[in-house]
Design a protein around this ligand. Structure first.
Ligand code: BES
Ligand code: MN
Ligand code: ZN
Length: 490
């Protein structure tokens, strides 16, 4: 499928499906639309009248154009009220249209620009079209749904926006890598294959890469006992992945992105009971998947920020070698942790990964993790939790998320709650009380950061979608690759 900006005017477009965006209440045809309607023998006006189409956000009508017209079908898509338009309106409209056009070969889309910037709209539409049509059929011997037939999508009224389209397509590719990593089960994506994927990115896009083996991790500072403790019952070796993107010339800024990378989380000896969703725990590397997806896009977009991508990959399994509930682990900074629950494993792996990230002397560290069920209870499936020690970093990330159309909500770093992690015997426990579970998880992570501006994103809900809608289809979403790419690029 090719997406391009066409020089052709709305009136001259020829092809299978022509989709036109209409803002709410603007169903009285004027200007080009009126002329087009005349040319199509009143089809548009008929569609509006017959379907009582009002232009409400998300509503669509499709009709066959009679006679030997140069357009076979026409679709109208509602954008909602003109004053409520955000970049998401164009994104969702484009996703909706792409789904409608699955069986057509050629699609032309004309959405009113309003006050939005043409490059932003072209990029958002491109991302949406590619991502709404992406289905992961790798594990079906025969795909259930027919492959989209779409060959060309032409963006009308966006002539000259080729760079924005190419940017959108590169970002969508990064999102798709993240989706594929998360969708693949734990017998396909393991710490070893994650390291191979990272190696491939390094080869393809000229990134530097370091893979620390278990022995290297044991040697790092005081030893990554927390990370290694989590992986010690797995038959598959842990792989500590560190990819580096360096801009040409001197970097404006240096940042680290750290993604939780549990390729499977059984809970360990605090085994996840049936009914707890243990069979979905292949998604527990969603943070790491988004980290690699962002690396793929960033390596091609070449911003002037140096970026370190870190995935401490391992599995949380059970065997005679498994850590016991109650074991005391020592992280690389010397801090000791009483593991009162082996299912709070993500924070143990992240503790060592954050210590490692801080030795890189970066200007900011952002971790992203499918860390707690408690965060899903608090914010639902569509919104990620955000904690930070730095207001400027918070403002940057919120702006990046806003333009990506990915939702985050800031939660408090309530120091008092750290009391819930006090241990009799070690420096801290890894698990606090049920109440405020995603906050104590954030406070736990904070113990492993000294003074670098830091942000923690709990993405347990949004990495997976239960149904399709907007740019997502049921399954892995690739959240929050687009926010990360925006953040690094701005
Ligand atoms: N990977 C889970 C969190 C999770 C739950 C992600 C549901 C996606 C969907 C994490 O390792 C975990 O098990 N957390 C426990 C923490 C508890 C033991 C303090 C939880 O949320 O129940
Ligand atoms: Mn767990
Ligand atoms: Zn987990």
């Amino acid at each position: 499928m090719q997406i391009k900006a066409t020089e052709q005017a709305l009136l001259d477009w020829t092809g299978d499906l022509l989709a036109v965006g209409i803002t709410e209440g603007e169903t009285k045809l004027t200007g080009d639309l009126a002329t087009l309607d005349e040319k199509l023998a009143g089809t548009i006006a008929d569609l509006i009248a017959e379907d009582e189409f009002e232009g409400k956000s998300g509503t669509t009508v499709v009709g066959r154009v009679g006679g030997k017209n140069t357009v076979r079908k026409i679709a109208l898509i509602g954008l909602g009220k003109a004053e409520d338009l955000t970049i998401n309106s164009w994104r969702n409209a484009a996703a909706e249209i792409a789904r409608l056009a699955k069986k057509e070969k050629t699609l032309g889309i004309s959405l009113p620009l309003g006050s939005a910037s043409a490059p932003d709209v072209a990029q958002a539409m491109t991302e949406a079209i590619i991502l709404a049509l992406h289905e992961d059929n790798r594990f079906k011997s025969e795909p259930e749904s027919k492959k989209p037939k779409l060959e060309t999508v032409e963006l009308i009224g966006l002539a000259g926006q080729d760079e924005a389209i190419s940017r959108g397509s590169t970002i969508a590719d990064g999102v798709i890598l993240a989706r594929e990593l998360v969708n693949a089960p734990a017998n396909e994506v393991t710490p070893v294959t994650m390291a191979q994927t990272a190696q491939q990115l390094a080869t393809d896009y000229g990134l530097e890469i370091k893979i620390l083996e278990a022995a290297d991790c044991a040697q790092f500072e005081q030893g990554m006992g927390a990370y290694l403790g989590v992986g010690q019952a797995s038959e598959i070796p842990p792989k500590f992945i560190h990819l580096i993107y360096k801009p040409q010339g001197t970097a404006k800024r240096k940042v680290a992105i750290v993604g939780k990378s549990l390729t499977f989380d059984s809970g360990g000896l605090n085994l996840k009971p049936s009914g707890s969703g243990i069979e979905t725990m292949k998604m527990d590397m969603g943070g790491g998947a988004a980290t690699l997806g962002a690396a793929k896009a960033i390596a091609q977009l070449k911003p002037d920020t140096e970026v370190h991508f870190i995935c401490a990959a391992t599995e949380n399994m059970i065997s005679g070698k498994a850590m016991h509930p109650g074991d005391i682990l020592k992280a690389a900074n010397g801090k000791t942790i009483e593991v009162n629950n082996t299912d709070a494993e993500g924070r143990l792996t992240l503790a060592d990964a954050l210590i490692y990230a801080e030795t890189l002397e970066v200007d900011a560290i952002v971790d992203l993790a499918t860390l707690t069920g408690a965060c899903i209870v608090a914010l639902g499936n569509d919104i990620a939790g955000l904690w930070s020690t730095d207001d400027a970093l918070t403002a940057e990330m919120k702006a990046a998320a806003e333009s990506a159309g990915e939702k985050f909500w800031q939660l408090p770093m309530e120091e008092k709650y750290f009391e819930g992690l006090k241990s009799q015997i070690a420096d801290m426990k890894n698990t606090g009380p049920r109440a405020g579970g995603s906050i104590t998880a954030a406070l736990f992570l904070k113990q492993f950061i000294k003074d670098t501006p830091w942000m923690h994103l709990d993405v347990a809900g949004p990495v997976w979608a239960e149904s399709s809608g907007g740019i997502n289809n049921k399954g892995a979403t690739g959240f929050p690759v687009r926010t990360l790419v925006n953040w690094v690029s701005n």
